[in-house]
Write a protein that binds this ligand. Structure first.
Ligand SMILES: [Zn+2]
Length: 246
C-alpha cells in the first residue's frame, strides 16, 4: 500500500538473500520508503529505506495474526486512491500501538474496525434513538445493519426479528445483528467514531464491556464489507483458548 500509487505489486529481486540491501525494508508489516521503476505494467524495486519495522508484531503470534487481519481490512477499503491517506494513518497508528503494547488489543482491534468503517462511508448514528429520537438510555440495542441505536423504551424483539427476515437475515441471528449495549459501550463507540485520530486507542473498558464493544465493531465491519476475512479466522484460531477471543 503506497500513498502515491494505491495498492501495487512490486517485484523485488534477490531480497531473500542476507546480503541484499533491501532485505530489512521488505519484511512483513514494514513501513519503508521505496524507489520503484516501471517496465510495462509492472513495478520493480530499485532501492529502499526502512522507516519503521514494527518489530514487536513479529515476536508474538497473536499480535502478528491481528496485524495481518487489520492489513486485510485496510486493503479491502483501499479501492479508492483518495481514501489511502486516511487508511494509511489509521493502519500505521494501529500497528504502532499493537507493536509497542500501548493499548489493550481489544481496544486497537475494535477501534480500528469502527473508525475505518465510519471514515469511509458507514458512520453509525449514535446521537439519538433511531425510533423516538431521544438520548438513548436503558437496555439499548446497537443495530449492526442500519448503524443505529435503539433505546430501551423502543426495543421490541419481535418487530426486530421480522425486520431481519425482510432483509433476508435469519431471525435466529438477531443477537448478532441487534446487540445489547449499555452506556459504557455507547460511550466507547461515540469516542472511537469522534475522537482525534491520535487518541483513538486511548480508552479502557472492563472485560464485559470489551466483549460487547468487540462484538459490535467486528460484526459491523463484517456486515458492511460483506466479506469473510481468512486472516480473522486465523486470529480467532490463535486466541481460541480464551473465552473471549476478540
Ligand atoms: Zn427510543
Amino acid at each position: 500500500m503506497t500513498s502515491e500509487l494505491g495498492i501495487v505489486s512490486v517485484i523485488a529481486n534477490g531480497v531473500k538473500s542476507l546480503k541484499n540491501p533491501n532485505l530489512a525494508s521488505v519484511q512483513p508489516f514494514c513501513y519503508s520508503s521505496f524507489v520503484l521503476y516501471s517496465k510495462g505494467d509492472m513495478y520493480w524495486l530499485r532501492e529502499s529505506q526502512l522507516i519503521e519495522n514494527f518489530y514487536g508484531l513479529r515476536s508474538d503470534l497473536e499480535k502478528s495474526a491481528l496485524a495481518s487481519y487489520l492489513c486485510s481490512v485496510a486493503e479491502d477499503f483501499a479501492t479508492d486512491e483518495e481514501d489511502i491517506s486516511v487508511i494509511e494513518k489509521l493502519l500505521l497508528n494501529a500497528l504502532y500501538a499493537l507493536s509497542n503494547d500501548l493499548s489493550d488489543r481489544r481496544a486497537v482491534k475494535g477501534a480500528f474496525e469502527m473508525r475505518i468503517a465510519s471514515e469511509l462511508g458507514f458512520l453509525p448514528d449514535l446521537n439519538a434513538c433511531v425510533s423516538c429520537g431521544k438520548e438513548p438510555a436503558g437496555d439499548m440495542l446497537f443495530d449492526v445493519t442500519g448503524g443505529a441505536v435503539i433505546c430501551g423504551g423502543c426495543r421490541d424483539d419481535r418487530s426486530i426479528a421480522a425486520l431481519l427476515g425482510e432483509q433476508g437475515v435469519d431471525p435466529r441471528d438477531v443477537s448478532e445483528y441487534f446487540i445489547r449495549i449499555d452506556t459504557n459501550v455507547l460511550s466507547a463507540l461515540r469516542y472511537v467514531t469522534g475522537c482525534r485520530q491520535e487518541r483513538l486507542f486511548s480508552f479502557r473498558l472492563d472485560d464485559s464491556s470489551y466483549r460487547v464493544f468487540s462484538k459490535v465493531c467486528e460484526n459491523y465491519i463484517i456486515y458492511h464489507t460483506d466479506r469473510r476475512f481468512r486472516t480473522l479466522d486465523f486470529y480467532k484460531s490463535v486466541c481460541s483458548d480464551r473465552p473471549d477471543n476478540y
